[in-house]
Design a protein. Structure first.
Length: 453
């Protein structure tokens, strides 16, 4: 049964949704993850924890986020974005602040790390869904700009964290970072983030809007979550990108201790995190532009295999290590564009939020093994080197899975972005017509956005 809502005022340019969602998430979970490496040595020195325990916080947070994503996946297509994002960011920041208050007991230290991930799950998927709803022709670019802002945050976060650790210690550093996070994220979400044609009654989304005496369906083309999990493409996307995450996240978390062990100074190793963040920023924006124009089964494997070249040169001097880290960072950036695009092109947007949440949960469970694998390799073998060939093999498997996905099932609708910016409900009519007709490959009877005014 459909519910009826009335039309609201015309929104700002859709690009403000991109700016708002990207900036908010720049100070969300990625800020925490991008700085774990800087906290490893200070925490180990004060508490006596092993490196495996401290870097294991990433794995614990990833498990927490995976569980949270399963819950968020059930909510994101049912409730307005802000009703999920605001409490998500607030609780994430509170959890991060609690890390600085824990006693030197290993399991107690890991508890707030778990909740950093659990509540952080409510920050990314609703924002991504909002961005994707406004763009079709430039979808990867829009996601790329949003994740590029996240990459900028990841590049600057180590500078902020390093300065705070040096001046106030690692405990208070987490408190100050939490304050920055909640103030900036809630402000940006409240001012700018809303999905296209988002109509709700007390936060719950409706399926139909009445405009000028007529009903406009808000249904979207695509598969339900149950239909999606029965397709081989769903599993190809989940495992393909999940394997890439194992490698890239593992390297990111262990980058600082790895490079100091190999002869760089602490300052040089810390600056490599800045290089990583800047490279991921370039990868996200440039990758989004390219992915909208080059089929993902072509560009995807090339990007996934790029970190292999970087791993061969991940040694001093600093200049060579910086180039190697840049290769890995670019791949990390483009990967952020691929997930949303792959889901929307192969599985559709009908249950986009639910599918994205489930795939990201599986992705994060996979990435949890990356830092753990490198940490165990170091603790058991005394070096990271024996693990590197294993990581290279994992990347090859991921590239093969993405390369075999085939042609898009839900290609872009010509002229959709311009129409959505001008009249979001007219754009909804185009999508609902496609959903009802089942025409996804551009046959002669397919509605075109230019035909709707």
């Amino acid at each position: 049964m459909s519910t009826v809502a009335t039309r609201t005022s015309r929104p700002r340019s859709p690009w403000w949704v991109v700016v708002g969602g990207g900036t908010a998430n720049a100070v969300g979970p990625p800020m925490y993850l991008a700085t774990i490496g800087l906290f490893v040595l200070p925490i180990v020195e004060e508490t006596g924890f092993s490196r495996t325990t401290v870097t294991g916080a990433f794995s614990v947070a990833a498990v927490g986020m995976a569980i949270g994503l399963v819950i968020v996946a059930q909510l994101v297509d049912r409730f307005a974005a802000r009703h999920i994002l605001v409490p998500g960011f607030a609780l994430f920041a509170a959890s991060m602040a609690l890390i600085g208050l824990v006693p030197p007991i290993e399991w107690v230290y890991l508890v707030p790390c778990f909740f950093v991930g659990f509540f952080g799950a409510g920050t990314a998927v609703p924002a991504t869904r909002a961005v994707v709803s406004w763009f079709d022709n430039n979808r990867a670019l829009a996601v790329g700009v949003a994740t590029g802002l996240i990459g900028l945050g990841s590049a600057l976060a180590p500078v902020l964290a390093g300065t705070l650790i040096e001046n106030v210690g690692w405990r208070q550093a987490y408190g100050f970072m939490a304050l920055v996070s909640v103030l900036l994220s809630v402000t940006m979400v409240t001012l700018f983030v809303r999905a296209r044609a988002e109509r709700h009654v007390r936060g719950r989304l409706v399926r139909e809007a009445r405009v000028e005496g007529r009903d406009v369906s808000l249904e979207l083309p695509g598969l339900t979550i149950r239909e999606a999990v029965r397709t081989w493409r769903f599993w190809g996307i989940a495992f393909g990108l999940g394997l890439v995450g194992v490698v890239v996240y593992g390297l990111q978390v262990h980058l600082v201790p790895m490079m100091t062990d190999r002869g760089l100074t602490s300052d040089q190793a810390g600056f490599l995190l800045v290089v990583f963040g800047l490279a991921s920023l370039v990868g996200r924006v440039a990758g989004g532009f390219v992915v909208d124009r080059v089929h993902v089964s072509v560009i995807g494997p090339i990007v996934i295999l790029a970190p292999i070249a970087g791993m061969f040169f991940l040694h001093p001097p600093f200049s060579g290590a910086a180039v190697a880290v840049a290769f890995i960072g670019v791949a990390f950036g483009v990967e952020g564009d691929l997930l949303a695009l792959l889901i929307s092109r192969y599985l559709g947007t009908r249950h986009f939020g639910r599918i994205l949440g489930v795939v990201q949960a599986a992705f994060l469970l996979g990435t949890a093994f990356g830092p753990l694998l490198l940490g165990l390799g170091y603790d058991l073998l005394g070096s990271y080197d024996p693990v590197i060939p294993v990581l290279m093999g994992v990347l090859v498997v991921g590239a093969v899975l993405i390369a075999t996905l085939g042609r898009y099932v839900y290609p872009a609708v010509s002229g959709f972005d311009r129409l959505a910016a001008r009249d979001e409900l007219a754009a909804s009519e185009v999508l609902s017509d496609i959903a009802e007709s089942g025409d996804t490959h551009g046959s002669s009877g397919r509605p075109r956005a230019e035909a709707r005014r």
